[in-house]
Design a protein. Structure first.
Length: 114
């Protein structure tokens, strides 16, 4: 069983930055994919960014150039650096890790407001 714990969410003003972290608690950590999704009120969950075991990354068009996904396999952690935040980035952000099957964190809330 893999447990994922997100952190780093909070309230930020438009134009500000946040860094999300997601730490996995598992003895063996060899994910095929790690990523971040988000879900805003009344909307479907959507992919924000992910990174494969080979290091290939992809981003949603809406965050390209503003968000950066990275990982530290030794620390069993995936990060999402979010810069130039906009009101439309406000959502609950979920960590997703695929180890044989997808595992989800419980989410961390990002609020963007002045």
């Amino acid at each position: 069983q893999v447990q994922l714990v997100e952190s780093g969410g909070g309230l930020v003003q438009p134009g500000g930055s946040l860094r999300l972290s997601c730490a996995a608690s598992t003895a063996i950590f060899s994910p095929s994919n790690m990523g971040w999704y988000r879900q805003a009120p009344g909307k479907q969950r959507e992919l924000v960014a992910d990174i494969t075991s080979g290091g290939s990354v992809r981003y949603a068009d809406s965050v390209l150039g503003r968000f950066t996904i990275s990982r530290d396999i030794a620390k069993k952690t995936v990060y999402l650096q979010m810069n130039s935040l906009k009101a439309e980035d406000a959502a609950v952000y979920y960590c997703n890790v695929v180890i044989g099957r997808p595992y989800w964190g419980k989410g961390t809330l990002v609020t963007v407001s002045s």
